[in-house]
Design a protein around this ligand. Structure first.
Ligand code: 2IP
Ligand code: CA
Length: 372
């Protein structure tokens, strides 16, 4: 597992770099922020460059894991499909090729001959990032890669990534929106039980290099398997003052906002973008819990941060199940909902609550009873 963790940290770093390059290099940035206009409607690449950036990152992660752990191929899932249609109506499967030149040639066919953009992307994909030393050598977990599956969210909070607002952060406060909320998420689960056992999160836009070198990222990781619980973030101290702090989506139902505002008090009910980012806020102690009453997140949004929360003694439960049965049912990652079609099969349909502390979880659920 130490080998797999090292690989995921490295490939997440590369993914974060691709995400930064797409915003930093003018030919890519123009495609990223291009508005959909009437004439361009038929040119799929213009509408979908943001999706292409997602697909490229996902396929790069899939490729690199498959090379080192062939036994995991077939069990590496992501948010995106890799099939693309270019301006000529041709269907192209985006994959990472053996060489940078081959990848550039393939990407140029999806980008309707835009060789500059294709070469820049291919260069970022084929770069060799420095190994991240996570001091994981002593990590021994009794699981082999052939027992594990992977969920990838190449860029969570895509809308914030495209919009690209640069917020100035106060120490100890969360970022309600902006580039900070965009995350690369790679989660590992046990194929037989669906339990999340390892997570790597990379925040590509964590801080600006003081020397003017642009955005720098930050990574977070956790492993939770039986009695082995290790996390790069230490368990946060309890926040000062009374009451719990909860983070919500700004589109959360009014009834949930009202029920929780009496529990938290006005200052401690907060809003932020990005499902992954909201769970990261709980991991870092910027909020005690994240409540979502709708089935609008998916396995790829929650798997990685869920593993980190488990390593800290917390977790992510199915809200509807908690309210219906009083059983604190942790989300699992191995079984689709066969009543649904397409991406919906992998939705966290009952909503969720992410928490660090079980007694806090119960306090958060109590005021929601009979309200949903
Ligand atoms: C989205 C993204 C949204 C979030 C939604 C996720 O993933 O994180 O921000 O909504 O749940 O599925 P909200 O910000 O209201 O919580 P993606 O950007 O990958 O589609
Ligand atoms: Ca997502």
């Amino acid at each position: 597992m130490a080998d797999l963790l090292r690989l995921l940290l490295r490939v997440a770093e590369k993914a974060a770099d691709v995400a930064r390059v797409c915003r930093q290099e003018a030919p890519l940035f123009q495609l990223l922020v291009q508005e959909k206009t009437g004439d361009d409607k038929n040119k799929k690449f213009v509408q979908d460059f943001k999706t292409l950036a997602d697909v490229v990152i996902q396929e790069m992660i899939r490729h690199d894991i498959g090379v080192q752990f062939p036994e995991m191929e077939g069990f590496i899932h992501g948010e995106e499909s890799n099939k693309f249609e270019n301006g000529l109506g041709e269907s192209v499967a985006v994959t990472v090729c053996g060489t940078q030149q081959e990848t550039a040639a393939l990407l140029a066919t999806v980008l309707d001959g835009n060789h500059t953009a294709a070469s820049l992307l291919a260069r970022a994909i084929h770069q060799d990032p420095a190994t991240i030393d996570a001091h994981t050598d002593s990590l021994t977990v009794p699981l082999s890669p052939s027992e594990l599956g992977i969920w990838i969210d190449p860029i969570d909070a895509t809308s914030q990534y495209i919009e690209g607002r640069e917020e100035v952060l106060e120490e100890g406060r969360l970022a309600p929106s902006g580039l900070h909320c965009a995350l690369v998420l790679i989660g590992v689960y046990v194929r037989s039980t669906g339990e999340p056992v390892m997570g790597v999160i990379n925040q590509p836009f964590n801080h600006k290099d003081p020397a003017g070198g642009g955005w720098r990222g930050k990574h977070f990781w956790g492993v939770s398997c039986g009695s082995i619980n290790v996390c790069s973030v230490s368990r946060p101290e309890a926040a000062p003052g009374p009451g719990l702090s909860v983070v919500l989506s700004s589109s959360e139902k009014p009834v949930v906002k009202e029920a929780l505002s009496s529990l938290c008090g006005p200052d401690k009910l907060m809003y932020a973008s990005g499902a992954g980012y909201k769970i990261l806020c709980v991991i870092q102690g910027l909020a005690d819990a994240y409540v979502l009453s709708e089935g609008s997140t998916f396995k790829w949004d929650s798997c990685a941060p869920h593993a980190l929360l488990r390593a800290l003694g917390g977790g992510v439960v199915d809200l509807a199940e908690c309210l219906r049965t009083d059983h604190l049912m942790e989300l699992t990652y191995h079984q689709p909902d066969t009543e649904c079609k397409g991406a919906e099969r992998w939705a966290n349909r009952g909503g969720l609550v992410a928490y660090r502390d079980c007694s806090q979880l119960r306090s958060v659920i109590a005021p929601l009873r009979d309200k949903l």
